[in-house]
Design a protein around this ligand. Sequence first.
Ligand code: SAM
Length: 276
Amino acid sequence: MAGLWFTENQTENYGITMKINKTLHTEQTEFQKLDMVETAEWGNMLLLDGMVMTTEKDEFVYHEMVAHVPLFTHPNPEYVLVVGGGDGGVIREILKHPSVKKATLVDIDGKVIEYSKKFLPSIAGELENPRVDVRVDDGFMHIAKSENEYDVIMVDSTEPVGPAVNLFTKGFYAGIAKALKEDGIFVAQTDNPWFKADLIREVQKDVKEIFPITRLYTANVPTYPSGMWTFTLGSKKYDPLEVSEDRFHEIETKYYTKELQKAAFVLPKFVQDLTR
Ligand code: SAM
């Protein structure tokens, strides 16, 4: 793709286009098409099945918002699970919380981990940290085998297609509730309200039937479809809107702030309607 313009077709009628300087690696793995490219605008970028997964320039938004909202909501998160997340960005953010004793990452595709370490060192740099346990496995199976183990679970998966199709089902969310401790919290990336409103509505309905506290928050991720990204949070006990001031210890971030801990949950009307 060197010197060309790459387009991700976000719908059959609309896409995002960017200039590619060179292709760093490309292969069909056991699970998906993996492309690692150098872009003119966004630095190195990971694509899976032609969809933007992460870029060096804007990755901090998504990874900080997946990790810090639940980790500051929980009063003492020690054991954390990431389903997917093979680029390592969420793991890097989790480790900024000293209370975390162990962060387990379960990604189905070891090639994503391998090539993220090689070409995305600023994102994947903590995957070999002693507090991190990396496993190559199906997250759906890992959740099915887990019980009362985790304080926080983050689902950082691809879109609900291919290997990730099971990761957006009510059965999976019920499995997450079982894998969490009795005061556990989970967050899942739940795509964008412009092109995937039905998905968000369905996930909100399913999670509400399982968790006493269910919320939706957003962040601006310019290289993701529509740029407006959502995250669904399910909590057994702690409310992300009721975090006391003294809970916020200093951490280095570029997007997340303790004000955004609450403000991210303020939704425009057309997005609010998806949570009713
Ligand atoms: N932040 C990105 C997004 O919001 O689309 C996701 C990035 S992360 C690289 C997505 C990861 O999910 C991929 O590495 C993929 O291998 C992994 N994945 C997909 N299905 C999976 C499954 N069933 N179990 C574990 N990991 C899975």
